[in-house]
Design a protein around this ligand. Structure first.
Ligand code: NAD
Length: 291
């Protein structure tokens, strides 16, 4: 199937980045959200972010205008029914995602491929509650979408080969690189990254190092561009904890036990950059370690 149009559900952090890269790659984009404000903010943000690419000479002014012209928004989920590919990028709650699929399915063309950008929820389970498990896949973009090169493609147990191949082509057209992952908790990137971040929090919790010494050690000693605690603040400590819980429950192995100190930060509402405080305090001129 030749995919020309894409429907995006959810205009948050990920939804707007996904709309941005699809529009620049020449796809017609129809984005929906439950909030008009979220849709308006997403379009304004895409405009600003593409402007920055124009400023750096990476995108021409004509291509920017054409991309912005390809992005349409609607509050009516059912209008996405005529698109060739649907990407669900709404809030990371299974009941929310299920309700979206239930409302959308009666309006969807039979050939439309249905995907979810979930970071952790089982693709097989989401797919099993739709009318097209063979045309259902995990389509996991990294944050920030316009910058990060990788896309994880996750097959559910029933996903068929033509669907997988169609998605490989879409990723190529976006100019990104696909990594194929089987449907197990947290897939590949977060399966490896989150236990490392969790271990960094344990290292802090047990007093082996301070926030500064842990981050510096990994930056200078392992050549990581960001320290693990700095990275956790960037991702969001609530997201890190949610993924550790999915690994712990899904794989039933104590090695994935979330660090109690991570739980404590989340309970305090210190979620990282988005709340101005996490392992660092971002309220002043420069980030200051909180431990
Ligand atoms: N944040 C990340 O780093 C990251 C990375 C990869 C994948 N993801 C996944 O992407 C998805 C979205 O995450 P995000 O960070 O963009 O979240 P977000 O909170 O920034 O955005 C979610 C959006 O979904 C909208 N929404 C909620 N219910 C809806 C509904 N019924 N219909 C339409 N829209 C609805 C909200 O209004 C909001 O605008 C999640 O599944 C998350 O796990 C996130």
């Amino acid at each position: 199937m030749d995919i020309k149009s894409v429907g995006i559900v959810g205009a948050g952090q990920m939804g707007n980045g996904i709309a941005h890269v699809f529009a620049l790659a020449g796809f017609d984009v129809l984005m929906t959200d439950i909030s008009q404000d979220a849709l308006d903010k997403a379009v304004a943000l895409i405009d600003r972010n593409i402007d920055r690419q124009v400023g750096r000479g990476k995108v021409s002014a004509e291509d920017k205008a054409a991309a912005m012209g390809r992005i349409k928004t609607t509050l009516k989920l059912t209008e996405l029914g005529q698109t060739d590919l649907v990407i669900e990028a709404a809030t990371e709650r299974e009941t929310v995602k299920q309700a979206i699929f239930e409302d959308l399915l009666p309006h969807l063309k039979p050939e439309t491929i249905l995907t979810s950008n979930t970071s952790s929820i089982s693709i097989t389970r989401l797919a099993s509650r739709t009318d097209r498990p063979e045309k259902f896949m995990g389509f996991h973009f990294m944050n920030p979408v316009p910058v990060m090169q990788l896309v994880e493609l996750i097959r559910g147990i029933a996903t068929d080969e033509p669907t997988y191949q169609a998605m490989v082509k879409v990723v190529e057209k976006l100019g990104k690189t696909a990594a194929s992952a089987e449907d197990f908790p947290a897939f590949i990137v977060n399966r490896i990254l989150m236990p490392m971040i969790n271990e960094a929090v344990y290292t802090l919790y047990e007093g082996v190092g301070s926030v500064k010494s842990i981050d510096e050690s990994l930056k200078l000693g392992a050549n990581h561009p960001m320290g693990p605690l700095e990275l956790a603040d960037f991702i969001g400590l609530d997201t890190c904890l949610a993924i550790m819980n999915v690994l712990h429950e899904g794989l039933a192995d104590t090695k994935y036990r979330p660090c109690p100190l991570l739980t404590k930060y989340v309970e305090a509402g210190w979620l990282g950059r988005k709340t101005q405080r996490g392992f660092y305090d971002y309220r002043g001129e420069v980030p200051v370690p909180t431990r």
